[in-house]
Design a protein around this ligand. Sequence first.
Ligand code: URA
Length: 192
Amino acid sequence: MKDTLIKIEEEVAACQACQLCKTRTNTVPGYGSSQADVMFIGEAPGKNEDLQGKPFIGAAGKVLDGLLASINLKREDVFIANVVKCRPPLNRDPLPEEVAACADFLQRQVTLIRPKIIILLGRHAMDRFIPGLKISLDHGKPKRKDGNVYFPIYHPAATIYNRALIEELQKDFKKIPKIIDMIEKEKDQLRG
Ligand code: URA
């Protein structure tokens, strides 16, 4: 049967592959356009996301909305997901087995959406797709891997605790449309 984003959502809602299913209120499968050029991947749902079943709707989400607006994008234009789809208790870091339990769901979403660029929000998302890097050194530098373009940047929540990071994040965000332009030009050249 053909895979779809709705099918993934239904499977996530029924998932009991790790212990996070015991403490979640709602699963947070991801939200946005199946046609998105830009896909964002965060770490894990927090309290508000767990209550409402949607990603990035708390304080970090407000920061993300401001950044999206700065490059003329709305949530409806992009797709936003997380490395894990259920809230870790007390917002602790997701455990390796929890990341592994969600890996296939996230990979299927990437495969279906086929975004031009995958924005990795913070260390956990970066480690999941392009491990071995350091966010403080590698943020704002696009990386190609397995036919995808990844763009690691600081997590919006990091700017709430460290105001100095907001400028870095704003600068990196401004690069997104330019990188997409470059990718499109490359494709045009390959087509001739
Ligand atoms: N932080 C994340 O990484 N994801 C969310 O959905 C909310 C906050």
